[in-house]
Design a protein. Structure first.
Length: 219
């Protein structure tokens, strides 16, 4: 029978050091494509902001091209993960964060840069982004309960955040027709102490649909 000294010696054995989490080694190809989504969305934001500073119209066209590229990356990362049968623990979080940049903040920035700059417009744009964040957070929390036996999510609850590209298309058409800034469709109105461009209400509608409980089948 071991004496007390042996027991103490055994209990005080140095514990194995836990290896630090390696971000780079954890990345898989799908994660790199997801970052391409975030890269494109950030580029669109910077292009829209540069347009405000310089008035160079080519910068808006750059933003309008980058956002569909972000959508392609968003669709491609999941397909690549399924094809390679490899995913990383970062995948879901990376995807949500990239989507907020490309399909939340970028469309809001684009709207602001093209003339939706009244105080009510700004509040609506902030509401839209907040709805996108809430929509993605809800999806991440409820994905397991919405999945079938194979683990596949059967339907979306609320419209997916990439649906905001419809707003980008509308703004792109308006920009091409010169219907921006003081020439924005539907004009502007004074509501109380602040100015409102009715066109900004499309952001309120889009955001509201994102956080709704409408069930949309997932392909």
């Amino acid at each position: 029978m071991p004496d007390a000294a042996d027991v103490v010696a055994t209990d005080t054995k140095p514990k194995e050091k836990k290896k630090p989490f390696s971000l780079i080694r954890t990345f898989v190809l799908a994660d790199v494509i997801t970052l391409g989504n975030a890269f494109s969305g950030t580029g669109a934001i910077l292009a829209a902001m540069s347009y405000i500073a310089t008035g160079d119209r080519s910068l808006i066209w750059t933003a309008l091209v980058l956002l569909p590229i972000a959508l392609v990356c968003d669709a491609l990362d999941g397909a690549v993960a399924r094809w390679r049968r490899r995913s990383s623990p970062l995948g879901a979080d990376l995807d949500s964060l990239a989507d907020i940049v490309s399909f939340g903040v970028a469309p809001a920035t684009l709207g602001f840069s093209l003339g939706l700059r009244g105080m009510w417009d700004s509040i609506i744009l902030c509401f839209f982004v907040a709805c996108g964040i809430g929509r993605l957070a809800r999806y991440n929390v409820t994905a397991a309960s919405l999945s079938d036996e194979s683990g596949k999510v059967k339907y979306y609850e609320g419209t997916p955040i990439p649906s905001s590209l419809l707003l980008v298309v509308i703004l792109g058409v308006a920009f091409g027709m010169g219907a921006v800034h003081e020439h924005l469709w539907l004009g502007s109105v004074e509501v109380g102490p602040w100015n409102l461009h009715p066109l900004s209400l499309m952001y309120a509608v889009s955001g509201s649909f994102m956080i709704s409980t409408i069930k949309i089948p997932k392909p």
